[in-house]
Design a protein. Sequence first.
Length: 125
Amino acid sequence: MSNYPTLYILRHGETEWNLANRLQGHFDSRLTETGRAQAAAQNAILRRCNLSGFSALSSPQGRALITAQIALDGLGIDVATDAQLAEIGIGAWAGENREALLRQTPAARDSYDLYEHAPEGEGFA
């Protein structure tokens, strides 16, 4: 039996750019009403968990931080931010339509790895 701590990983709620199929990277897009409802649903799930002694870390990006704040509302857990959790930078492609970029960049289409092909982007290395 391991003594590893329990880890909950939450994804940010739907954003306006998610709906438009636009790449966000370091740019930020507001949560939609659906995104806020998704975060509230996470809150309902977390209320059923024993979160005694838990701490919460979030990306500093608004979409993630607001989701975390809604998900943890009323649970007595403060959310700390950590820049290391920020979305990967996608350089010049931030805000661009994902499908259009895949059509224009066959190498990215083949590997479905836009992040490695984004001009001025971080990549994974």
